[in-house]
Design a protein around this ligand. Structure first.
Ligand SMILES: [Mg+2]
Length: 201
């Protein structure tokens, strides 16, 4: 019987908006969107504060402003986000050569062969989150499972998930089978099992 694979799904939290809030302290704690500076554009990314107004990626900026008149808009700096992304992917490749990028801020990592060097997959997940935080001051969410589907579905279902056993698949997406740890920037220690996941792009 082949050994079970260990797959990590890493997704940066509100990536573009978090980079802007990191780089511009005056934006921290405020509803911010990246994009939509032309009044006819769409939201490219929304900060957590903006999301509390129901603002999401791809929403027309007019709708976003209707929901939150005090919304702060920031012009996208794609080359800068790409540069931060390269930093993050370099960290991934320190743990495994098998990195499948899905976007600038999201990737699958196959760490099956990495455990003898770096420890159990859950430890690798925690170490990667910490390295990203230390080196970029940005937070991420990491799902761990034996295949990509569960790693991603489980993480999306519960948010802030670090470990989702394969049996979660049998239980469809019932998040009660997942072991969750906080990964949000507030440091809230409550697990979010069963909670509705918000868009963390
Ligand atoms: Mg993301």
């Amino acid at each position: 019987m082949p050994l079970a694979r260990s797959i990590l799904h890493v997704d940066m939290d509100a990536f573009y908006a978090s980079v802007e809030q990191r780089d511009h302290p005056e934006l921290r704690g405020k509803p911010v969107v990246v994009g939509g500076t032309s009044n006819r554009g769409v939201v490219a990314a929304a900060s957590y504060e903006a999301r509390t107004f129901g603002i999401r990626s791809a929403m027309p900026i007019a709708e976003a402003l209707r929901r939150c008149p005090d919304l702060l808009r920031v012009k996208p700096r794609m080359s800068h986000y790409k540069s931060v992304s390269r930093q993050i992917f370099a960290i991934f490749r320190e743990f495994t050569p098998t990195v499948e990028g899905l976007s600038l801020d999201e990737a699958f990592l196959d760490v099956t062969a990495s455990t003898t060097l770096f420890g159990q997959p859950e430890k690798i997940a925690g170490d990667i989150k910490q390295r990203i935080l230390d080196e970029t001051r940005l937070t991420s969410s990491v799902g761990v499972a034996t295949n990509k589907l569960v790693a991603k579905i489980g993480a999306r279902q519960t948010g802030w998930i670090d470990h989702c056993p394969a049996r979660a698949l049998r239980d469809s997406t019932r998040s009660a089978t997942c072991v969750c740890h906080p990964g949000n920037r507030s440091g809230n220690s409550k697990a979010t099992v069963g909670g509705r996941h918000q868009d963390r792009s």
